[in-house]
Design a protein around this ligand. Structure first.
Ligand SMILES: [Cu+2]
Length: 490
């Protein structure tokens, strides 16, 4: 692991922080941003923010959501208002509750004063409703994509996908979680009382200045490895505590950071059960003691709190594979879960959760290769030698024909590869079948240096010769830099 302060910005911040601390003391701020360190400097004394549930309204058989992208200010540190962006909120968004089979419309109004988009990450939908770089919402305009929710019960998310501005706008807060239910999830005896035993856990880190702002100013290193923060947060709460009233707690983990790959575990080493990947339930719960979650990925876990002991969700720094370049993250705590004295006993978890078809690469009619490329100096981002260009369609895929996509990278950094408009399955990593925890439906897969990752991709429903979907690295600085391509489904 690599626990040293990873860059000069951070060291300079510490110095500036020291100088400014005196000044701040004078004006009476009670808390001061400090760099990420082993859970020390952050006081865990704030209730975890649980975003309100938004169920929309029914209008002629369509579920309708009114969403506004806006600027706001957020109190991350007592006494300091930090400029931020959000969706019907000052930072992040309400959790949208959706249902498989329901026709759904989102009226997305842009009050930011700058161009933006809203991408439905993980959803199978028509390309024109995807919210990628081509569905720009101009300031003051409203964009109203409409589609039927398909697939399975899952934890999805949505975020800005504005070309060259995704990293900056997501950093400011333009992202949120969506929970999809279906008939299968209705019947499972999993914790599902929102905010009580079933909680959203949006994991992020942000780099705060001594004045408590989080401007998006990537230096050369950040353009190369992505913007890494000095404070971890959960649902926008720094130093979050969740009082748990039940013996089992379901946590819907989403890595909503720009660039950080989190190595999650509990501080006391307790194991937990993973019940879902990006696109829905695993066939059966998988017992794990740690979980690596890259930007864009989700995992649902259930943790047993019946021992009544505090459980801290922590990042344990390991080398991300980049060596000096990758840097890795130090150890820190995201969240303290404090069981209440009187615990409500939870129902036993089911042994089977869903059925998934076997991954059969023999079904594939075609193989495509994607080589993720970057140069040394925070430039040269490309896929197969081609940096993202809005007017170039890189691939044309036939509907209903499964394909093998073989993904590799040229450099020393791991890259989370995300495909729009579908859920895929991992065939293998360097010839080895995926571990049980990623053997389910996926839309984002981490490609480690030197690794050949093969995925089975299929588009079954929508065709559009004109409007493309995207595939890209979900390290947002890499994406904005050009590690992205476009494909149509015909
Ligand atoms: Cu990348």
């Amino acid at each position: 692991m690599s626990g040293k302060p990873p860059n000069m910005i951070r060291r300079r911040m510490m110095l500036m922080g020291g100088v400014a601390l005196g000044v701040v003391g004078l004006v009476g701020y009670q808390f001061w941003p400090r760099p990420i360190r082993a859970s020390g400097p952050i006081k865990f004394d704030k209730l975890l923010a649980i975003p309100p549930l938004e169920r929309g309204r029914m209008q002629n058989g369509t579920r309708v959501f009114d969403l506004t992208l806006k600027r706001g200010s957020t109190v991350f540190f007592e006494g300091i208002r930090t400029r931020s962006m959000g969706i019907n909120a000052d930072y992040l968004a309400p959790v949208l509750r959706l249902r498989v089979g329901e026709k759904t419309r989102f009226n997305v109004t842009n009050d930011l004063g700058e161009d933006s988009t809203l991408h439905w990450h993980g959803f199978s939908l028509p390309a024109v409703a995807d919210g990628g770089p081509h569905q720009v919402i101009r300031p003051g305009e409203t964009w109203s994509p409409e589609f039927t929710i398909t697939g399975k019960a899952a934890t999805m998310w949505f975020h800005s996908h504005m070309f060259h501005k995704t990293a900056e706008q997501v950093w400011a807060g333009l992202a949120g979680m969506a929970i999809i239910d279906d008939e299968e999830s209705d019947l499972l005896t999993l914790p599902r009382n929102y905010g009580v035993d079933d909680i959203p856990v949006v994991l992020q880190d942000r780099l705060f200045t001594p004045a408590g702002q989080m401007p998006y100013v990537p230096g050369m290193r950040a353009r190369m490895q992505g913007m890494i923060g000095n404070f971890p947060m959960v649902n926008g709460t720094i130093g979050a505590v969740f009082p748990a009233s039940t013996t089992l707690l379901r946590m819907r983990l989403l890595n909503g950071s720009n660039a950080s790959i989190y190595n999650l575990r509990f501080d006391d080493g307790r194991s937990f059960l993973q019940v879902a990947t990006d696109g829905g339930f695993l066939p059966a719960p998988v017992r794990r003691s740690g979980l690596r979650l890259a930007p864009g990925e989700r995992a649902e876990i259930v943790v047993d709190l019946s021992d009544g002991q505090v459980a801290k969700l922590v990042n344990r720094g390991i080398d991300t594979g980049g060596g000096m370049m990758g840097g890795g993250l130090p150890d820190f705590t995201f969240l303290e879960i404090r069981p209440k004295k009187l615990q409500v006993p939870s129902a036993r978890l089911p042994e089977r959760l869903t059925t998934l078809p076997d991954v059969d690469p023999a079904r594939a009619v075609n193989t495509r290769r994607f080589r993720l490329e970057m140069g040394m100096m925070g430039s040269g981002f490309a896929i197969n030698g081609q940096p993202m260009r809005m007017d170039v369609i890189n691939e044309v895929v036939k509907v209903g024909q499964p394909e093998i996509w073989e993904v590799t990278s040229n450099g020393m950094l791991p890259h989370p590869f995300h495909v729009h408009g579908t859920q895929f399955r991992i065939i293998d990593r360097n010839g080895q079948p995926p571990m049980p925890g990623e053997a389910g439906l996926k839309d984002t897969v981490l490609v480690n240096p030197g690794e050949v990752v093969r995925i089975l991709v299929e588009f079954t429903r929508y065709t559009d010769a004109k409007n493309p979907y995207m595939y890209h690295c979900h390290i947002l600085e890499h994406e904005d830099g050009g590690m992205m391509g476009q494909f149509t489904v015909v």
